[in-house]
Design a protein around this ligand. Structure first.
Ligand SMILES: *Cc1c(COP(=O)(O)O)cnc(C)c1O
Length: 481
């Protein structure tokens, strides 16, 4: 008889067997989950008392849970399933690659065919200044790479003092130590600290901070915070500025049109490198291959992940512009950085097939010209709901602010006490109405799969409206209005 530790408990085996047969013992799965699975960004005590939702299947823009509920995924998984669920082409490409060469590294003078082809395709799809790619396993690792790469760049140019990176409060740049330090999430900084040589400025959030100004006036003011920070630190100490063209996890913060061109002007003025973190914004999300084109900026580095594989397999990386690549490749010497899975052949094969789908189905054009504008008008129509104080959208991201009392001007709305957690109450009703919408404070946000049709947008808006009605009834009953 094998030792006891080698025999899984009967309950575990039963759960595994049930899942294989498509019959789900949700209670047992919840129990095992609570006992053994530490989830990311989760209050484990609270989760344990509520129990998790077990997702079992996806097709197109819909998910099914273990209790048979069909749910419209308004968040593309986690901003990543751009081509929707159930794309056999990707799973077949992955299978073929696994059969042929499941893994080999790119260290020690070797490469593999999917990595080479993907690098070439990304260069083709990206703005003209990009001719090189560095692969990682995630967006966080890609931003770690950025930090190392910009410091190496300035070292090679004989400016070792030029190491400070400026980012923004409420930015999200991942959850490794460097990723969270580069990001501007207070909750993360409180627990993990930050790193020396990283500074933060305010975010271009007009609804929150633009009182008394037009959006465009505010855009110039918010960009000016960068110049003020550069002068405070000393221009000869600033290596780079990093920002998401549209902040995602921070709550779909769409900057005024004047913001990014002014940021570019300031970076140029002081020779500061510009890093666009396009982990969410890239690959059609905003109706362009890369948001930098929309924002009329010319970044030196672009972070990518999420949509590059539509999340089917993890992959991230950095598009390296000529200014940086030239120094790294011509000045010689090792760049002492990389990952076991840099250029993973299976992940790159998934990305290649995913990008082929986006090209062949013209999803970027569809979002830019057809479904994006349609979503904009439908989403704006939610602005007449008594709970909605402000809505905005760009391409396939959108957000609305829940308010206690509406007003004609967004800045005259009366906000809820943030401690009430109205957003979380609303999120619960969204789930009950068969739609996943995320709450960031009292801002409700979506980032649907790019394959969503106009009819499906109508369905989504109907579900959102019913959930808003249910939220209103509930908070009236609680006496919060
Ligand atoms: C998700 C995200 C990251 C981190 O990517 P991971 O793959 O989770 O490490 C970085 N930047 C932005 C803008 C993101 O949205």
């Amino acid at each position: 008889m094998p030792p006891q530790s080698l025999v899984p408990a009967a309950s575990v085996l039963a759960s595994v067997k049930a899942a294989v047969n498509d019959v789900y013992d949700t209670a047992a799965l919840r129990q095992l989950d609570a006992a053994h699975y530490l989830h990311p960004f989760t209050d484990h005590a609270a989760l344990k008392s509520k129990g998790v939702r077990v997702m079992v299947r996806g097709e197109g823009i819909y998910l099914w849970d273990s209790e048979g509920n069909k749910i419209l995924d308004g968040m593309s998984g986690l901003w990543c399933v751009n081509v929707g669920y159930g794309r056999t082409r990707i799973s077949e490409a992955v299978y073929r690659q696994m059969e042929t060469l499941p893994f080999y590294n790119s260290f020690f003078n070797t490469t593999n065919i999917p990595a080479v082809n993907l690098a070439a395709l990304l260069v083709e799809l990206s703005p003209p200044q990009f001719n090189h790619v560095f692969f990682t396993g995630s967006g966080s690792e890609a931003n770690d790479t950025n930090l190392r790469m910009v410091r190496r760049y300035w070292d090679l140019l004989g400016c070792p003092g030029r190491h400070t990176i400026i980012s923004r409060y409420n930015a999200y740049h991942g959850s490794t130590v460097a990723g969270s330090a580069l990001g501007g999430m207070e909750g993360m900084h409180e627990q993990a600290g930050t790193l020396p040589g990283i500074e933060h400025i305010g975010q271009p959030n007009w609804f929150e901070s633009g009182q008394g100004m037009s959006e465009n006036e505010f855009g110039i003011v918010a960009a000016g915070w960068l110049e003020r920070k550069i002068l405070e630190i000393g221009p000869d100490k600033v290596a780079a500025f990093i920002g998401e063209p549209v902040q995602g996890a921070g709550g779909v913060i769409i900057p005024p049109a004047t913001y990014w061109p002014e940021i570019q002007r300031i970076c140029d003025k002081y020779g500061v490198l510009l890093i666009a973190d396009e982990v969410i914004c890239g690959f059609g999300r905003l109706g362009a291959w890369f948001a930098s084109e929309l924002m009329q900026i010319k970044p030196d580095l672009i972070t990518f992940a999420k949509g590059v594989t539509s999340g089917y397999v993890p992959l991230g990386g950095v598009l390296v512009g000529d200014r940086v690549a030239k120094v790294l490749t011509e000045k010689g010497g090792d760049f002492n950085h990389g990952f076991t899975y840099s250029g993973h052949p299976v992940a790159c094969a998934a990305a290649l097939e995913n990008l082929r789908i986006i090209v062949e189905e013209q999803l970027v054009q569809q979002v830019a010209l057809e479904t994006g504008p349609y979503l904009k008008s439908k989403f704006a129509s939610l602005g007449d709901h008594p709970l909605v104080g402000y809505t905005n959208s760009l391409g396939f991201v959108a957000g609305l602010n829940l308010v206690k009392k509406r007003a004609d001007k967004p800045h005259d709305c009366v906000l809820f006490n943030p401690d009430l957690g109205v957003g979380m109450v609303c999120r619960g009703y969204m789930f009950d109405n068969g739609i996943i919408m995320r709450a960031v404070g009292d801002r409700m946000i979506i980032a649907p799969p790019l394959v969503m049709t106009t009819a499906q947008i109508d369905e989504m808006i109907t579900r959102i409206r019913s959930a808003l009605d249910a939220t209103l009834a509930d908070i009236r009953q609680r006496g919060w209005l």
